[in-house]
Design a protein around this ligand. Structure first.
Ligand code: HEM
Length: 486
């Protein structure tokens, strides 16, 4: 299965993850010769920039399930919303390609749970980083633990720290800083119970980012000798030594972070609910080793920080570019919350337009478009005029959030993002506070290019400029709690 996607590696890590479904489908389809291979271009697909656009064009041309040639292999890509949602299948009858895709997505999730195995990446992480662990016992155990820690009922306990950090973020805006501090601080609080704000310039964050970068640089499978000849990992080659050093550096980094929590507990400092202490308390029950625990917690920053900050950037961009839609959310905020207190999580059920704003910005510009998130969330059959920003897409006839429309920006199936409940709360509270606090506007002298974003696993928008006009009197005092409502 690995070789199915080898020549596409330079597309980026996100693309690798997203192509997994296709790779699995290939294997599955090959074992069922009675299946028709879905239509697709006759020319093969090598490494190309902006693969999500190519996929999107193919999906318009060939339909929501299409195949591409990759060397002498065929990769099947699922690029439509409805093929994931609909479930018209009965085992044992002849299947159309689209039905086959649905069959696999819905009923054979295990086939899609695997990851391509890069020997060098696995050496760096000691096969302990969930994002790249293949399907199997450890993957299931790690996911079970994270699910328990991040599921909606547990995620609720992180709401106070999310609210506090969102308030700090609005203050940051007032003082001209950016959303990365929010994302970094929340993930450090959720993971390690840190109460002090985390900056991207903090040495531990710089070290974590460097570790993630080393991994991303190594991932292109087939780049290193150990990937071409895995037995070489047992020889004292410079490459092997370097990969082992990287692993040791990650191990030291993650253990230092755990030591810091231990020290704070020892000093009787207040440590709010967090994943690390929960794992320590239940380590035997979960059956995880010390190294596994260090990696489970250590890899959360890489998975949850940049992603959240990027989604927040697109939400801000949308607030500036779609003033009529922002004004609708603001009108609801004024009616429900007023201007004398801050919106909170308790208001969410009465603020469907704010939730819709967060959902629509994530749909409009998915954080990880490289795979099929772009095509799926821009499927014109489900989201007509997909480039238009329309809150009503997410609302039912009563103005409430539709229960039947899914957000696939967090992936699908057995590898769906376990941090989704925490991330969705972050997006809601930041959208609420941002729209409540400011009229966000585009600076006409510096127009925003909405397609200017990086081409990697995470599509970071290129720097863009917006103006924040406070719309609340005493905004700073309210945020700092100096001015209590009557
Ligand atoms: C807006 C924010 C976020 C977005 C858009 C996002 C998106 C994703 C996506 C697309 C995947 C890959 C899913 C797949 O392979 O199908 C993923 C995996 C993952 N995410 Fe998130 N994520 C976000 C926030 C978070 C947060 C806050 C956390 C932790 C608290 C987190 C933890 C993880 C982990 C551990 C994985 C690896 C799961 C696995 O490989 O089994 N994410 N995320």
């Amino acid at each position: 299965m690995l070789t199915d996607i080898i020549s596409l590696q330079s597309l980026g890590y996100g693309a690798i993850l997203c192509l997994l479904a296709g790779a699995s489908l290939t294997r599955w389809a090959a074992s069922r010769p009675h299946l028709n291979i879905p239509p697709g271009p006759t020319e093969g697909l090598g490494p190309v920039p902006r693969i999500f656009k190519v996929f999107h064009d193919y999906s318009q041309r060939y339909g929501p399930v299409f195949s591409i040639k990759n060397g002498n292999r065929i990769v099947v890509v699922i690029a439509g919303y409805k093929v994931i949602i609909d479930s018209p299948l009965q085992i044992g009858r002849e299947l159309t390609p689209a039905q086959a895709a649905v069959e696999i997505m819905q009923k054979r999730g295990a086939d899609l749970a695997d990851r391509p195995q890069s020997v060098s990446a696995q050496m760096i992480s000691g096969n302990l980083r969930l994002l790249i662990i293949g399907a199997g016992e450890r993957m299931k155990r790690f996911r079970r633990i994270l699910h328990f820690q991040l599921q909606p009922s547990t995620a609720k306990q992180y709401q106070p720290l999310q609210l506090q950090n969102a308030k700090d973020y609005i203050l940051d805006i007032l003082f001209d800083k950016e959303c990365y501090r929010y994302a970094a601080s929340v993930i450090m609080s959720v993971t390690y119970g840190k109460t002090t704000p985390t900056q991207y310039s903090d040495p531990e964050v710089v070290a974590v980012e460097a570790a993630v970068q080393r991994l991303v640089d190594t991932l292109p499978i087939g780049k290193g000798w150990v990937d071409k000849f895995p037995f070489l990992r047992h020889f004292p080659l410079p490459e092997v030594k370097r990969l082992r050093q990287y692993h040791q550096a990650e191990m030291d980094l993650f253990n230092n972070q755990l030591d810091d929590v231990r020290q704070r507990i020892k000093n009787n400092e207040y440590v709010p609910p967090n994943v690390t202490t929960h794992l320590w308390e239940n380590q035997t029950a979960y059956g995880i080793s010390n190294d596994e625990l260090a990696y489970l917690t250590g890899s959360m920053f890489g998975a949850g920080s940049d992603t959240t900050a990027t989604a927040m950037s697109y939400m801000t961009m949308a607030a500036a570019l779609f003033p009529d839609q922002r004004a609708r959310a603001q009108a609801q905020l004024d009616a429900v919350v007023g201007r004398d207190r801050l919106p909170t999580f308790e208001d969410q059920t009465h603020l469907p337009l704010v939730t819709a704003f967060a959902l629509e910005s994530h749909r409009w510009r998915p954080v990880s478009p490289s795979g099929n998130h772009w095509s799926v969330m821009h499927d014109p059959e489900v989201f007509p005029d997909p480039e238009k920003f329309i809150l009503d897409r997410w609302l039912d006839g009563n103005g409430q959030i539709r229960g039947d429309l899914k957000m696939f920006g967090f992936g699908f199936g057995r590898r769906v993002c376990p941090g989704q409940p925490v991330a969705e709360r972050s997006l809601f509270i930041n959208t609420a506070l941002m729209c409540w606090a400011f009229d966000v506007t585009e600076d006409p002298s510096v127009p925003i290019d909405t397609m200017a974003f990086t081409d990697g696993a995470i599509a970071h928008p290129h720097p863009f400029k917006v103006n924040f006009e406070p719309r609340i009197k005493n905004l700073r005092e309210l945020l700092q709690g100096e001015c209590q409502p009557e």
